[in-house]
Design a protein. Structure first.
Length: 94
């Protein structure tokens, strides 16, 4: 029989395998963003290159958004970006 049976996993990452982008690299990127101006820098980029900015936004939004709208009704979507609290680097797990 070919293929996986229902509930059977084949392939994929093993449990405990580190992410492709290590935490240290993510921290460096966030630090560089802070150095470039943080939110104000991102706002400038949104005005300067809206396509690239919206691509970035699309990568951080949830992949699955569901809404039920009756025919003839309008759908309003409000996206609120919240800046998560920053923890000192010593609080991060290695």
């Amino acid at each position: 029989m070919r293929g996986a049976m229902p509930g059977e996993r084949r392939g994929g990452r093993q449990a405990g395998t580190p992410n492709k982008i290590p935490k240290a690299l993510k921290e460096m990127i966030l630090e560089a963003l802070d150095g470039a101006g943080g939110v104000s820098y991102l706002q400038q980029q949104a005005e300067k290159s809206p396509g690239a900015f919206l691509t970035l936004v699309g990568k951080i939004l949830p992949k699955d958004v569901r809404a039920e709208v009756k025919p003839g009704e309008n759908l309003a979507l409000q996206v609120v970006l919240v800046d998560p609290p920053r923890r000192p680097p010593e609080d991060y797990e290695e």
